[in-house]
Design a protein around this ligand. Structure first.
Ligand code: SF4
Ligand code: SF4
Length: 62
């Protein structure tokens, strides 16, 4: 579980569009679940590609 990006599973269509766009290969589509690992560097490309706005930036921990 990463602390950068979260996928709202209630919005996600599992289209897989965000997977190849990630320059760090941080996103994996596993059946009906998007997983984002710690290699994410918050470039936010995935947020821009998602057609339904399912991906959200998490606030940095204090
Ligand atoms: S913010 Fe960038 S690095 Fe992180 S999961 Fe999205 S596309 Fe990949
Ligand atoms: S682009 Fe959006 S809707 Fe498609 S798999 Fe990724 S998070 Fe889900």
């Amino acid at each position: 579980m990463n602390e950068n990006i979260r996928c709202d599973q209630s919005k996600c269509l599992y289209c897989g569009g965000c997977v190849p766009i990630c320059p760090r290969d941080s996103i994996t589509l596993k059946g009906t679940r998007i997983e984002i690992d710690d290699s994410c560097n918050r470039c936010l490309l995935c947020l821009r590609i998602c057609p339904v706005g399912a991906l959200e930036v998490l606030e940095a921990k204090a």
